[in-house]
Design a protein around this ligand. Structure first.
Ligand code: 3UK
Length: 550
C-alpha cells in the first residue's frame, strides 16, 4: 500500500514482521480500505454534509470545557485545520514526522491531536506530570522534531530540548487565549490567525503509523507502542460499538489524560465516533468529576476503581444526575467497589481490561452481563485464551498467562521487549487470569504479583479484594515479603477510613475477617497501616514500591 510518509522513521523502526502478533480482521466493519486517515473519518466525515457522503454533524456540540467553552464538530475541524497549516507551512512538518503534544485535557489538545493526524504526522502525547528528564528520553527515542505545548507545561519541556532533534516548538494558551512569545517560544494561536483555509487531509495508508503511545509501565525504560490509522478506527468499531454502544446525545467525561490511550479512546475517539459530545477537564480528581457530572449533564463516565470508591460518597447527587454508563479500567475492579458503586448510584459498572499495546479494551462485559469479580469475555473482534509457560492452552479453572489477539496488537518501536510481549503470535499482557466454565475471564494478578507462600499461589488482588470488604478499609495493597520458613508471606498495607483508629486490635480484626472471607491460608500475616499508597499517574498501584517500605 502506498504510504504517505516522506519521513520513514516509523516504518523503519517497526518490529520485524515475524515478531508481530497475529492480527484478526474478521468483523465486516474491520475491512479497511488501503488508504485511510483516522481524522478524515472521525472529523472530516463527521462534519461533511450528508449529500456529500458525510454524517452532517457539523453543528452538533463536540467539545465542552469549564469557562463556558463550546466547540461544534465544525469548530474543532476549523481549529485543527489552522493548526495543520501552521505545522506544515510554518513549522515544516512532513508526513511521518513525530509531534510531541503536551497539555492537560483541553479542547486545544484535541485540536492539536487532529491537526497532526490530518497532516499525516505521528502524534506523541505525553502525560502532563512528566519532568524534563522523562521528556528527554521520549524525544530521543521517538526522534521527535516538533512540539505543541500548553503554556502551563512549557517550563518542563524547554530544558529537555538541548541536544535533541526537537527544534520546532509552539505554545498555546488554550482557554485564556493569550498571545506573544513565552520562554522564547512563539504562540500557536498567533500563527493560527494567519491561516483560515480548509486543510486537505493527507491520504495516508491504513497501516501508516499515526500515534506512538508510551506505556505507563511501573518500572524500567519506557516503551513506545506504535498504532496505525486503522487501529484508531478499529477500537471504535470493537469495544465502543459492541460493548459501550453510546448514543449521539451522550455526554462523555472522565479522568484519564488523552496521553493515556484509555483517555484518548474514552474521552475523544469514542464520543466522536457517534456524534456525541465530550467534556474535557484539565483537573479531573473526584471532586471535579462530582461537580462536572450534574453541571454538564454527563451520561458516560470513564475513570479508575480508586476514583469510583471516592465518588461513591456523592451517590445521592449522582442518582439525581443524567449519569447512565460508568466505565472502569486501568486496574482490576474489586467486587466490593462494584457493589459499592451499584448501591450508591444504582449503576452497574462496565469493567474492561485494556492495554497501551492493544490501544484499548479487549475483554469486558456490559451492564447486563457484568459479574462481580470477573472482567468479562473477549470483545467482538478479539480472541483471548489462557496459556501455560510453554504456550499451551490451559483448561478452564486453571490460572495461566492471558493471551490476546485482535485487530490491534503490540508493535514496540525498536525494542527488544517485543518478543516478551508477543509469543506464539499472541499478545501476552503480563496478567494472570483464569477462564471459568462459561468462558468468562477472571483476573488474578499481574504475573509478577503472584505470591508463593509455603507452596500456595496467592494473588495479591484477591487478598486486597477481601480486605476491601471490611468497613474500616479505604484502600489497601498486598505484597509478598521474603520469609525464612514460608519462602514469602502475605503482607498488607492498609489505609483506614477517616475516623478509624489504626491499632493492633484493628489489624487482628482484619486478619480474622480475611480468614473468614477467603481461604484462611491467604490471610495477611503482617499488616502495616499507611495514610496513602504509591500510584502511577494513571492510577495504578505500584506494589513494587511497597517492597521498599518493608
Ligand atoms: C491492567 C487491568 C484488571 C492490566 C488501559 C483501558 O490500563 C491500560 O493500559 P496500560 O498499558 O496497562 C495495562 C495493564 O493494566 N489493567 C487494565 N485494565 C484492567 N487489570 N482489570 C482491568 N479492567 O494489568 C493490563 O495488562 O496502562 C486500559 C484502555 C486502554 C489502556 N491503555
Amino acid at each position: 500500500m502506498p504510504s504517505a510518509h516522506l519521513d520513514t522513521f516509523a516504518r523503519d523502526h517497526l518490529p520485524p514482521r515475524e515478531q508481530w502478533p497475529v492480527f484478526l480482521f474478521e468483523l465486516p466493519e474491520l475491512q479497511f480500505p488501503e488508504q485511510l486517515n483516522a481524522a478524515a473519518v472521525l472529523l472530516d466525515q463527521a462534519v461533511a454534509d450528508v449529500k456529500d457522503g458525510g454524517r452532517g454533524w457539523g453543528e452538533r456540540v463536540c467539545l465542552r470545557a469549564p469557562g463556558g467553552l463550546v466547540w461544534t464538530y465544525r469548530d474543532l475541524q476549523r481549529q485543527a485545520d489552522r493548526i495543520a497549516h501552521v505545522l506544515v507551512q510554518d513549522m515544516g512538518l512532513v508526513p511521518g514526522n513525530r509531534v510531541l503534544l503536551r497539555a492537560p485535557n483541553n479542547p486545544m489538545l484535541a485540536a492539536c491531536w487532529f491537526a497532526v493526524i490530518k497532516a499525516g504526522g505521528i502524534a506523541v502525547a505525553t502525560m502532563p506530570l512528566l519532568r524534563a528528564r522523562e521528556l528527554q528520553t521520549i524525544i530521543a527515542k521517538a526522534e521527535i522534531s516538533h512540539a505543541l505545548c500548553d503554556v502551563q507545561l512549557l517550563d518542563e519541556l524547554m530544558p529537555a530540548l538541548p541536544n535533541t532533534p526537537l527544534q520546532q516548538v509552539r505554545h498555546f494558551q488554550g482557554l485564556s487565549q493569550g498571545s506573544g512569545e513565552h520562554l522564547g517560544v512563539q504562540s500557536l494561536e498567533d500563527a493560527m490567525q494567519r491561516h483560515d483555509a480548509p486543510f486537505a487531509t493527507v491520504d495516508t495508508a491504513a497501516d501508516d503509523t499515526c500515534l506512538l503511545a508510551f506505556t505507563s509501565g511501573t518500572t524500567g525504560v519506557p516503551k513506545a507502542t506504535m498504532h496505525f490509522h486503522r487501529d484508531v478506527l478499529a477500537v471504535c468499531h470493537c469495544w465502543c460499538a459492541h460493548v459501550l454502544r453510546p448514543r449521539a446525545d451522550d455526554v462523555f467525561c472522565g479522568s484519564p489524560p488523552l496521553a493515556f490511550t484509555f483517555g484518548l479512546g474514552g474521552l475523544l475517539l469514542f464520543p466522536m465516533s457517534v456524534g456525541a459530545s465530550t467534556v474535557l477537564l484539565e483537573k479531573a480528581s473526584p471532586p471535579q468529576l462530582a461537580e462536572a457530572i450534574p453541571t454538564y449533564g454527563v451520561t458516560t463516565l470513564f475513570t479508575a476503581p480508586t476514583s469510583y470508591r471516592v465518588l461513591a460518597a456523592q451517590g445521592d447527587a449522582l442518582r439525581a444526575s443524567a449519569l447512565r454508563q460508568c466505565v472502569s479500567a486501568g486496574e482490576a475492579l474489586p467486587a466490593a467497589t462494584r457493589a459499592q458503586w451499584k448501591a450508591a448510584t444504582g449503576i452497574e459498572l462496565i469493567d474492561g481490561i485494556g492495554a497501551t499495546e492493544l490501544l484499548h479494551i479487549f475483554i469486558s462485559a456490559d451492564e447486563a452481563h457484568a459479574r462481580a469479580g470477573a472482567t468479562g469475555v473477549p470483545v467482538p473482534g478479539y480472541r483471548a485464551t489462557v496459556l501455560d509457560e510453554q504456550g499451551r492452552e490451559v483448561p478452564a479453572g486453571v490460572v495461566g498467562r492471558l493471551a490476546v489477539q485482535g485487530p490491534t496488537g503490540c508493535r514496540y518501536l525498536a525494542d527488544e521487549r517485543q518478543t516478551k510481549y508477543v509469543q506464539h503470535g499472541w499478545n501476552l499482557t503480563g496478567d494472570a487470569y483464569l477462564r471459568d466454565a462459561d468462558g468468562c475471564f477472571i483476573y488474578q494478578a499481574r504475573t509478577d504479583d503472584m505470591i508463593v507462600s509455603a507452596g500456595y499461589n496467592i494473588a495479591s488482588p484477591e487478598v486486597e479484594d477481601a480486605l476491601m470488604l471490611h468497613p474500616a478499609v479505604a484502600e489497601c495493597a498486598v505484597i509478598g515479603t521474603p520469609d525464612a520458613a514460608r519462602g514469602h508471606i502475605v503482607m498488607a498495607f492498609v489505609v483506614p477510613k477517616a475516623g478509624v483508629e489504626a491499632n493492633d486490635a484493628l489489624a487482628q480484626d482484619l486478619q480474622n475477617f480475611v480468614k473468614q472471607t477467603i481461604a484462611p491460608y491467604k490471610y495477611p500475616r503482617q499488616i502495616r497501616f499507611a495514610t496513602q499508597l504509591p500510584r502511577t499517574q494513571t492510577g495504578k498501584l505500584q506494589r513494587f514500591k511497597l517492597h521498599e517500605w518493608v
